[in-house]
Design a protein around this ligand. Structure first.
Ligand SMILES: Cc1ncc(COP(=O)(O)O)c(C=O)c1O
Length: 397
């Protein structure tokens, strides 16, 4: 049928509000000042300000190069042995539970997207409760599957602490079938993690309200320890019949661009889980067909070899030790920064207004997110004193 409406082409596309963190990285890269401090980026840096490839990863890559006989397709679940080897790390004492199945995904983002695709397939009317604040990429991923988002209070920026009572109140008012998005450890953007007693309370309410806990665990091993950081996931698995876990190896194997992650799904029976995973595979097939192999194959080689596995734990501990050492150094610089020493993972949020953050950027070439979120190991050891001096001056100002 003929229509008089003007055909819409690619030239008619509206402009896109680009990701604020990607914008920040571009701004920082363009800054020519030698003294600039980049604490906006979300990668681990060592004392010299580098993000080195782990020694064990180099060894695994060499082994892969020597031993890989084929690059034929693996299927939409990716490297099955990789997902199997992650089970004890992520699921702990639930590793042998047949109601839990997992598969390889392209990083934590791929796992998040796939997990929300599954929710949207099962129940398009489910709401997703996200903490305020949360990682800025959570809402776009949830919006992409057209699920409604509701917020629960999580963090009091001025106090540097969790708004636990308000959080519990928010979760208590959710409907059965709604999804509670929780950060497994090393909360991004605040660094404020639930303690064990709080996890227990959250598990009780989530279970009572018949919500589905969806745990995003992207930094396991960067906080208290590999085992300790898994406590929340395990408590949820113990308390709830249906649980989703989106996991990333990109940080704890320091292989960010290789896109290594996994998704685990628990339902009430092995049969229902098999059906859920068939849907998951179908969604994966539609989006990326199969996850990239290289990084997951290397992680699999590391986890499958007792010596490499042990060496990885040592390198992971070294990253964690630097994070915690820098936290203590920042915390001791001023009583108003003491909260940083009680938090975990790479991120923390300074009690600064956006204007103060922009002034630090302009006057001091210190780049952090507008919210005051900064990466405690974004700076080298040599930059710590100047960073604290400038931040304390901003707090005074
Ligand atoms: C909270 C959180 N979840 C998930 C991810 C995604 O990680 P990946 O790079 O593996 O996709 C990130 C990465 O920054 C994150 O901070």
């Amino acid at each position: 049928m003929l229509t008089t409406a003007k055909a819409r082409g690619l030239a008619d596309l509206p402009p896109v509000q680009s990701d604020s963190l990607l914008q920040l990285i571009a701004l920082c890269n363009a800054d020519q000042r030698a003294e600039k401090i980049d604490v906006g980026v979300g990668v681990f840096r060592d004392g010299q300000g580098r993000t080195p490839i782990l020694q064990v990863m180099k060894q695994a890559e060499a082994i892969l190069r020597e031993t890989q006989e084929s690059k034929a397709y693996l299927g939409s679940a990716g490297d099955k042995r990789f997902a199997e080897l992650l089970r004890p790390i992520v699921l702990g004492e639930h590793a042998d539970d047949e109601r839990i199945a997992g598969l390889q995904t392209p990083g934590g983002c791929g796992a998040l997207r796939l997990g929300f695709e599954l929710i949207a397939t099962a129940n398009p009317r489910a709401r997703v409760l996200v903490g305020a604040p949360t990682w800025p990429n959570h809402p776009p991923i949830i919006n992409a599957v057209r699920l409604e988002i509701a917020e629960y209070p999580y963090y009091e920026k001025g106090q540097g602490s969790i708004r636990f009572e308000s959080m519990m109140h928010g979760l208590s008012s959710a409907q059965a079938g709604d999804v509670a998005l929780l950060h497994g450890c090393c909360h991004n953007p605040t660094g404020a993690d639930l303690d064990e007693a709080q996890w227990r309370e959250v598990a009780r309410v989530v279970c009572e309200r018949r919500l589905i806990p969806f745990i995003d665990i992207a930094y396991q091993g960067f906080g208290r320890g590999l085992e300790e950081d898994g406590v929340g996931v395990r408590m949820m698995l113990a308390a709830c019949e249906e649980v989703i876990v989106a996991q990333s190896c990109d940080k704890n194997f320091s292989c960010y661009r290789d896109r290594v992650g996994s998704l685990f799904v628990k339902t009430g029976s092995a049969e229902a889980t098999a059906t859920a995973m068939a849907h998951v595979s179908q969604r994966a097939r539609e989006m990326w067909s199969m996850p990239p192999d290289h990084g997951a194959a290397c992680a699999r080689i590391i986890l499958d070899d007792a010596q490499l596995h042990a060496d990885w734990l040592v390198e992971l501990a070294a990253m964690r030790d630097r994070i915690n050492a820098v936290r203590q150094r920042l915390a001791s610089a001023d009583p108003r920064l003491a909260f940083i020493g009680r938090q975990f993972g790479m991120f923390s949020m300074l009690p600064l207004a956006k204007e103060q953050v922009l002034k630090l950027r302009e006057d001091e070439a210190i780049y952090m997110a507008d919210s005051g979120r900064f990466n405690v190991v974004g700076m080298s050891d040599a930059q710590i004193d100047r960073f604290t001096t400038c931040v304390v001056a901003a707090l005074d100002g």
